[in-house]
Design a protein around this ligand. Structure first.
Ligand code: GLA
Length: 338
């Protein structure tokens, strides 16, 4: 059926304006190369790397805010929202954070004091500009009996480093919505751990307002059923949900092919089917899902190029290399209508 809604000029964020924000992860390069696409179809942005610890705070007495400031200025200029990503993570955090001047491990008090100072400085700088922060990223372990993954944060500060991070962030900006963010969020085993963690934080009155579902998915996994169960389980905690890093790899986990120069027709059809199902589901739960962010904007740039397979390109988005709509775009608009 052709009607005005299927016009290529239908902005993604307008199609879902009654449900949730539509975001994209950006970096200093894509803010330039994808500017028109970003400002046309998205009403929220997130820094792919520029607000991570190592980018903002490379040495104890030195902050580097230029790239993050530029992103904020871009959002302001085009009236877009900003999600902050991320304050506390085991990756992309410089060693100085965990070490004293002799190179030995700092004690718990010092680590928490440094964490507090970092969070206060960063959150206060962007107060009023960033409406939601991923406060803690990926603290839960993927497999095995333990709840939390092993990390320097956990080793040195103990498990309440998580609660502390939320408390410091809340004190720095009481208006910002604070999220716990993780991947493999729809896999039942990990889902239950994330649920247990957030439940225990809520029970301790820790200021946490939402769970971020990273949503690095592919053409078959996770199943719609598992995603639905994850959404329901998390929502039962009375928190908001954000889809924070959505992309749909055209390769299955064990597919190591490197010979494809373009996605096959079958891939594009299946990808569109998946995107449509996802957005139908997001719409169904739009009482609790208030933001959907893609981990990029168009297929000319994705972190999935060369990862996890070197020499392989991926095409995970709904806009192609030339920033034109793919079948997934049209199917998402269908989902918006019905
Ligand atoms: C995780 C992190 C993101 C990013 C991706 C890969 O999902 O949360 O910040 O590093 O990995 O791009």
């Amino acid at each position: 059926m052709v009607n005005s809604h299927t016009d290529a000029s239908t902005k993604l964020h307008e199609a879902f304006s009654q449900q949730f924000l539509i975001g994209a992860a950006v970096n200093p390069k894509t803010l330039i190369t994808q500017r028109d696409l970003l400002t046309e179809h998205f009403n929220s942005i997130t820094a792919e790397n520029e607000m991570k610890f190592e980018s903002l705070h490379p040495a104890e007495d030195r902050y580097t805010f230029e790239n993050a400031d530029r992103l904020i200025a871009f959002a302001k200029a085009y009236g877009m929202a900003v999600r902050g990503h991320t304050l506390v993570w085991h990756n992309q955090t410089p060693n100085w954070m965990f070490e004293d001047h002799t190179g030995g491990a700092v004690n718990r008090e010092t680590l928490l004091a440094r964490m507090k100072s970092h969070i206060e400085t960063v959150v206060a700088r962007y107060k009023g500009c960033i409406y939601a922060w991923d406060v803690v990223n990926e603290a839960v372990s993927d497999s095995g009996g333990e709840l939390l993954r092993s990390s320097k944060w956990l080793d040195i500060a103990g498990e309440d480093f998580i609660a502390k991070a939320f408390e410091y962030a809340h004190a720095a900006d009481p208006e910002a919505m604070l999220f716990y963010n993780d991947y493999n969020e729809s896999i039942p085993e990990k889902r239950e751990k994330i649920y247990a963690l957030v439940k225990s934080l809520k029970e301790k009155d820790v200021p946490i307002h939402g769970i971020g579902l990273q949503a690095h998915w592919n053409l078959e996994h996770p199943s719609i059923d598992d995603i639905r169960q994850a959404i329901e389980r998390y929502a039962s905690l009375g928190v908001k949900l954000h889809i924070t890093e959505l992309d749909v790899s055209v390769f299955q986990h064990d597919d190591r092919r490197t010979d494809l120069l373009a996605p096959t027709k079958e891939m594009l059809v299946r990808q569109a089917e998946r995107y449509k199902q996802f957005f139908q589901l997001f719409k169904e739960y739009s009482e609790c899902i208030t933001s959907v962010t893609f981990w990029g904007a168009a297929d000319d740039y994705t972190w999935l190029d060369n990862f996890p397979v070197k020499g392989r390109k991926n095409w995970p988005f709904v806009f192609n290399m030339a920033h034109k709509p793919k079948p997934s775009y049209w199917d998402i608009l269908d989902a918006a209508r019905y």
